[in-house]
Design a protein around this ligand. Structure first.
Ligand SMILES: NC(=O)c1ccc[n+]([C@@H]2O[C@H](COP(=O)([O-])OP(=O)(O)OC[C@H]3O[C@@H](n4cnc5c(N)ncnc54)[C@H](OP(=O)(O)O)[C@@H]3O)[C@@H](O)[C@H]2O)c1
Length: 295
């Protein structure tokens, strides 16, 4: 791979969160980026084009369109869409295997698959095992493949996992036991890690868990409290608060995370500036939401 910034790298998911972060990191490194998009006229696709990204229209159901889009690229990054039901899990596997097959047909020299942590094994979490199945398909394909396996997004603390302030105390509530460490990564760093790998960073074993921090609930709450200058409290919730069985199974697995400790040193060899939670909180300018007791 050319490391002088003149390589062409194809990205699937460029209009989304992780693929968007990969594009940001690739452009910073001076790569030429070709985004495989289904809607070239969408606002997000146009915004990419305005930054110099080439748009290649693809239809997953028309394999030739994907093969054409992958012609003459130096490397190909792909993620797979969110699945919230068993039907969507099968669709995710279908998309992933179709992209892998197109990469074989286009003789892509290096594929980086944005998988998920733990996808080296079957875990019983449907939307993680889907990624395991895609990894296995890639392995059988003969393609040179590297797996980047992201952990939970820190950005979830701005949405579904947002702490609240009650009576002057930062309170974090998650369906996770107090003593279970949660593996976390910022989306920015997923992009940086994937870009480094696309540019040829050495990845022992052909797979890296993308992780920037690993903290128990009380320690996560304390990181938000320290930033806000407020005391903090963590409360473990029952799994029944989760909207579907897929997520309940995922949090059952999260509770066992200490069986598979993270290797932060391995990540730092690829992306030395990977953020921990405190750094992410600072860098995003997170502010404590209004105190519910005073609302
Ligand atoms: N949330 C977490 O903490 C977490 C942690 C680890 C892993 N994950 C995994 O991350 C994945 C979601 O990633 P994300 O948040 O980056 O996704 P996202 O922001 O929802 O983006 C999805 C991307 O895929 C594209 N896409 C979907 N279906 C397509 C199709 N048929 N043809 C062409 N493009 C298609 C979308 O394009 P359009 O713009 O056209 O829609 C968009 O660019 C899931 O697999 C999830 O399991 C999540």
């Amino acid at each position: 791979m050319n490391t002088q910034g003149t390589s062409t790298i194809a990205v699937f998911g460029a209009t989304g969160q992780q693929g968007g972060a990969v594009v940001d990191a690739l452009l910073e490194r001076g790569a030429r980026v070709r985004a495989l998009v289904r809607s070239p006229e969408s606002d997000r696709a146009r915004a990419l084009a305005a930054r110099g990204v080439e748009l290649a229209p693809v239809r997953i159901d028309t394999p030739a369109s994907v093969v054409t889009a992958l012609e003459a690229v130096d490397a190909f990054y792909f993620m797979t869409p969110e699945a919230n039901s068993l039907q969507e899990v099968e669709e995710e596997v279908r998309v992933g295997t179709a992209l892998a097959d197109a990469a074989v047909a286009a003789s892509v020299p290096h594929v980086v698959f944005n998988s998920v942590f733990g996808a080296d094994r079957v875990t019983g979490v449907p939307h993680h095992d889907s990624k395991h199945r895609i990894e296995e398909h890639l392995r059988r394909s003969g393609l040179r493949t590297t797996m980047v396996r992201p952990t939970g997004f820190m950005e979830n603390f701005s949405t579904v996992m947002a702490p609240v302030v009650e009576d002057g105390t930062v309170v974090l509530r998650l369906p996770l036991p107090d003593d279970a460490p949660l593996k976390l990564i910022s989306i920015r760093d997923i992009g940086r890690i994937a870009a480094a790998v696309l540019f040829g960073a050495d990845v022992p074993g052909g797979a890296v868990e993308a992780v920037g921090d690993e903290l128990t609930g009380p320690r996560m709450a304390a990181a938000f409290g320290a930033h806000a200058g407020l005391p903090s409290r963590y409360e473990a919730l029952p799994l029944s608060v989760l909207p579907n069985e897929l997520d309940r199974e995922m949090f059952r697995q999260f509770a066992k995370a200490s069986e598979h400790p993270s290797d932060l040193a391995a990540v730092r060899k690829i992306e030395p500036a990977v953020q921990d939670l405190a750094e992410w909180i600072r860098s995003t300018g997170w502010t404590a939401p209004a105190d519910l007791a005073q609302a």
